[in-house]
Design a protein around this ligand. Sequence first.
Ligand code: SF4
Ligand code: SF4
Length: 392
Amino acid sequence: MHPPGRDATVAVVRCDDYVPDEVDAAVRRAVGLVGGIERFVAPGERVLLKPNLLQGQAPERCVTTHPAVVAAVARLLVEHGCRVVIADSPGAGIVYSEPNLRRAYARSGFAAAAEETGAVLNYDTGFRIIPFPEGETMKQFPIITPAADADAIVVVSKAKTHMWTRMTGAAKNLFGLIPGLEKPVFHFRFRDEYAFGRMLVDLNECMKPRLQVVDAVVGMEGDGPQAGSPRKIGVILAGSDYAAVDTVLARFIGMDPLEIGTIRSAAARGLLDPLAVRTVGDDPAEFAVPDFRKPSTYAGGRAGPWRRVVLAVVQRFGRTYAPRPGVIAPACIGCGKCERICPVHAITVAGGKATVDLSHCIRCYCCHEICTEHAIALSRSLPGKLLARLLG
Ligand code: SF4
Ligand code: SF4
C-alpha cells in the first residue's frame, strides 16, 4: 500500500529521439496521463524549472537533460501562464558564477530553449538557508536563491548511472539546488551512499518539487554521471513522486530499486512502497534495458544475499574494495577542478598536474565526475580485484 497523500503513479511514454515535435508530444502526453499541468502549477506562479546542467556539456554527450525536453516542459508551463526560471548549480567544483552559468547554458542548449519558450535563465548566484526542522539528517539547507524564491519546483532530470549513488534521476537531481562550492561539504558529511541518499530524501521533502519529468530518451550507462556512454531507453517518465519515478527508472536500467539509497531511505521512512508503484501509458516492458551497463563501482544485481552482506561490510569498514582514483598525467591539464571539489583535500595540483593522496581519499568519486579531460581513472588494488572477482 502506498502511503496516503502520495501518488505512486508514473507515466511511461515512448519517445524514440530528440526531434522537438516528438519530444513535445511525448512530454504533453506524459504530463496529461498524471493529471495535466494544471494539477501541479497554477497560472501566475513563479516556477523553478530544474534540469541537469552538470558542467554544461553538449547535448549529444547525454550528461545534461536534453534541451528539447527542457524546452517541451518550459513551453507547457509558459502556455499555462507560469513564469518560468531555468536554474541549476552545475556540478560540484565549478565556481557558481555568472560567466560559468552563461557558458554552461550556451553549451547545453538551455539558452536556446529559454529563448524559444520565453523561460528566463537564472544568473543570481546567491543562496538562502531554508529551515527543515523535521529533517532526519539536516535541519536546514543552503538553497540557491531562484529555488528558495519559487512558488513551485518542476524537475526535468536525466537518466544516468552514477559511480557513487548507482543511478541519478529524479531525487539526486535536487542536489543541484545546493550552491556549487557548498556541495563538497555534503560529500564530506555524508560519506556513504546510503547516508547521502537519506540526506537527498530530506532535501526533496524540504523543497517538495511538484512535478518530475525524466529524460530517458537516451540515458547514460557505464561510468556516469559524466564519463559513461549514451544508451537509448526511448522513454519519457512523469509523476509527482520522486521516489516512485526513480523506482520505475531503476527497473528499466536493470537495478533493484532498493539498491538506490534515496529509494531505500524513502521506503524505510514509509514514504514509498515500491510494490505499489504503478505505471500508466505505454507498456513498461518495452523499455526495459536489463543489460544497461552499470558503473565500474557497482556491486549488486548479480550478487546474492551473502555476497551483499560481505560487500556491505567491506565497503563500510575498508577502502580495500572500493576503486581508487588516480591521475592519468598526460591527460591532466592542471585545471584544478578536482582539487577544488575534493571534500577532504586529498588532491593537489602542482606543476600543472594533479596528484591524489589516497590515504585521505574517501572514495566519493567527485574528482572523476568533475574532470572533463577524463584524466581521473579508477582502479582496484590487488586485494580489491580479488574481492571484486569473489563478489561479482
Ligand atoms: S585531473 Fe582533471 S580536473 Fe584534475 S586538474 Fe587534471 S584535468 Fe583538471
Ligand atoms: S580524491 Fe577521493 S575524496 Fe577526493 S574527490 Fe577524489 S574520490 Fe573524492
